[in-house]
Design a protein around this ligand. Structure first.
Ligand SMILES: Nc1nc2c(c(=O)[nH]1)N[C@H]1C(S)=C(S)[C@@H](COP(=O)(O)O)O[C@H]1N2
Ligand SMILES: [Mo]
Length: 251
């Protein structure tokens, strides 16, 4: 088991670049990670990572794109500060990147748009039983994290969103292997047009090897953390805390 676990992580780390190898070795040795191994979700994660490694999610062609892409979860953000930014075309908005980074960032939309862009046509799978194929464009999350410079303790990337569901702030999180995956982008463009409010304006995460509920919309702030403990319900996301969905949502 230990051997498999170590091997699984090394496969994942290799895909994310040598940079992550030391981080993942440290993750291997951390007590909270060992504790988490007891969970079914973690077993699924490790089994799957051993098999899929750093593989890419399938990409489709323009002809495959769904004529209608359903919007789900929050479709509108009530927060007055968000509404003012939306009215202003997000010209006053900036993405904050903070926590365990050497250089906290505040990146305007124009800065994200000026970075090298990735475009991908992928299938979104929601656990509620629907899928849709859409086209997404934006900078790679890894490039943004590299700009901020991760401190050695950074293990998780947390997305703080502008919306609330059931009165609770929406958030999600992924680990560094998913964060540095080439298909993990902060999309500001969907189907050749700027993101609309129902789909997460001004930016939303696309982490293509994961289920729909990990694709955080309305991202205001990205926080690098050593642990998910002590953050809201401690399970790493709104759905994980409130619906019992597994943190590892690999497809
Ligand atoms: N901020 C935020 N992100 C979110 C949600 C949400 O309610 N709020 N719902 C999630 C779920 S369950 C799904 S299936 C997708 C839906 O994305 P879409 O509205 O673009 O289809 O967003 C995910 N990201
Ligand atoms: Mo979903």
């Amino acid at each position: 088991m230990i051997f498999t676990r170590r091997k699984a992580l090394q496969v994942g780390a290799a895909g994310a670049g040598g940079l992550l190898l030391s981080g993942c070795d440290a993750l291997n040795d951390s007590q909270s990670f060992k504790d988490g191994l007891a969970g079914v979700g973690r077993l699924h994660e490790l089994t799957q990572r051993t098999i899929i490694g750093d593989s890419l999610a399938r990409e489709f062609t323009e002809a495959d794109m769904s004529p209608v892409f359903k919007a789900n979860g929050s479709l509108r953000v009530a927060d007055p500060a968000y509404r003012a930014l939306l009215v202003g075309g997000f010209a006053q908005w900036a993405l904050r990147v903070d926590g365990l980074v050497h250089r906290p960032l505040a990146l305007p939309l124009t800065a994200l748009q000026a970075m090298p862009q990735r475009t991908q046509i992928t299938r979104h799978d929601c656990v509620e039983g629907w899928s849709a194929i859409g086209k997404w464009q934006g900078p790679q999350l890894g490039a943004i994290l590299s700009q901020a410079g991760l401190m050695p303790g950074a293990r998780y990337v947390v997305f703080h969103c502008a919306d609330k569901l059931e009165g609770k702030p929406f958030y999600e999180s992924i680990d560094l292997v998913e964060a540095f995956h080439p298909q993990t982008i902060l999309a500001w463009r969907m189907n050749d047009a700027p993101l609309t409010e129902p789909h997460g304006a001004p930016i939303r995460l696309r982490v293509e090897r994961q289920l729909g509920y990990k694709q955080a919309k309305y991202i205001m702030r990205i926080e690098l953390r050593e642990s998910l403990a002590g953050l809201y319900g401690g399970r790493g996301g709104f759905w994980e805390d409130n619906r019992g969905y597994q943190w590892w949502a690999g497809i």
